[in-house]
Each structure stands twice: as structure tokens, then as C-alpha cells.
Write a protein that binds this ligand. Sequence first.
Ligand SMILES: O=C(O)CCC(=O)C(=O)O
Length: 308
Amino acid sequence: MNEEEKYLFDLRGYLVVKNALTEKQVRRLSKIVDDKIERSKEENFTPDKKRNPGGSDRTRFDNADDMAWSSPALLDWGGPFIDLIDIPTITPYLETLLGVNYRLDHDYMLIANKEISRPLSLHGGGQGAGGRKDLVGPTDGGQCFYRFSNGRFFNGLIAVAFELNTVSPEDGGFACIPGSHKSNFELPEKWRPRLTSSDIPDFVDRVSVSSGDAIIFTEACQHGTLPWNKKSERERRTLFYKYCPHAVAWSPCYYNSDHYEGLTENQKNILMPPSAFGPDSRTSLIWKKAQAEQAELIRLRSRGNSQV
Ligand SMILES: O=C(O)CCC(=O)C(=O)O
């Protein structure tokens, strides 16, 4: 992360990394997304699931009987979705903004097009979350923080939004109040959820991206999704990978690296559950034990053992 990028991130709370993905990566990811969308049509998804057909904030299960740690994730789609965990074009930014041994907390995909459009709900912001009424954390314990001190950035949650398609502000896309990550006031009532296009104030940045770009933003910056222009023929497809310092968790549901194929050691470390020590030998040992216990449970249940 160069000097100019550090300046701009500190000033505005977000950055656009041009060409974070190669054309080949975009094609591979898009092909898988096409197949998932095709399948979702057959499954007659609800509007909510159409907008967010993959991954999750890991606060829900697809089925009530699902086991802990099996909450939906884009990582379930394998291959290029796994590669995004620690993609070299983004890793240096994460190391600068979160310190080493950060963790992936959750992931999901957002789709917007003329059939899927919603008013803008600004959320995040300020020191701590955006205040008592914020979507991110009405009971916030300070996890939505941004700070720069002792020559280092500190962030409670960093979002990386990989954009598969080009999006201009006339279409819709990512929006935020630049600088709001350092605000000392709650978002005034007037600009709280559900702004239609004509209600959106001029001080909201509407961010343009080209296919393959990534927007990196701190969740402490007031942000949201612009209503999609019903006249636009484009479709927005964004893959969100959200990272925390190693001791912080947003989602109550952690990744189990046993569930994904072909992970490198580094990727396994990034999927570790939270702890003060990060992926050191003590925590790794405890987590490996938990994984082994879960594997045993899965084995017993698959044999029809209803006692477990
Ligand atoms: O990129 C966007 O549309 C914003 C998504 C959002 O609100 C979030 O990640 O919390």
C-alpha cells in the first residue's frame, strides 16, 4: 500500500484497487456465478436470495438441522472463490490495514439489476458503530472501529468488494460518506435508512468501478448500496470477502477449513476462528481438536446414530 493510498484511505475510508482480478479470473468466477443463477431460477428463489444468492454473513443456516460451522459461504463454490481468500493483489492492503494474522470472517455475493433494486440504507460509521440505531451494531461493543496510531492502521472489519462487472454511478453500486469513519456523531435521522435516488445527498460518494476492480473499505465508514437504475441494462455482481483482526469476530459461525478442498496453510490460518494469539501452535492445536470432533460427529450421524 503506497503513500498515496494510505493518505486516501485514512482520509476517505475506502480505496479502489484497479485490476485486482485478471480477466481470466473474472471469467472463471462469472461462469460459476452464471451456473448458480441458472440453478437459482429453477429453485424459484425469494427476492432476498436473488440479491444475495451465495455466501452469507454467517448468521444463518440453510436448514435448521445444519451443523455449526456449516453456514453458507462463497468458499463452498471452490476453485477461484478459494483463491480470493489471499489473492496477492489484495494481501498487502489487508496486512497494512489489519496487521498480520487477520482472519476471514464472512463472505457473500450481491447482485443488483433492474429487477433487483432497493433504496440506500447507510450503515456503519463513526467511532464504534454508527450509533444506537445503526444496522451494523445497535449493541456495538466497539468492533466497528477505525484508528491510526503509532504509525499503524487499526480496523474492526475490512470489506473487500470484488466487482465482476463494470458499474458506473448512473447504474448504482457502492456508496459511502467519505471521512465518516472518523466522525464523532451518529448519522442524523434525516439520512437514516431507505433513501431513494433523489433523496441521496451530494456528500455521498458514488463509486465507479471496472470489471476486475476491488473496493476496499472500512466498515466504520458509513456506506451502503445505491438503488439500481431501473433503466440500466447492466448487472452488478460483487463478491464480498470481509476480514477482521485475529481477535475479532462478527459472525457467530466460524469457518471449518476441513469443509473446503485444496486450501494452502496460509488460507487455513486465515480461516481460523478468533483468538488473541492468532494461528499460533496453542490455538491451532485446540482448533484441530474441534475439527476432529466435528468430523467424528458427522461420521456418527451419517451412520444414522440419532443419539449424537
Ligand atoms: O457495496 C455495497 O453495495 C455495500 C455493501 C454493504 O452495505 C456492506 O458490505 O455492508
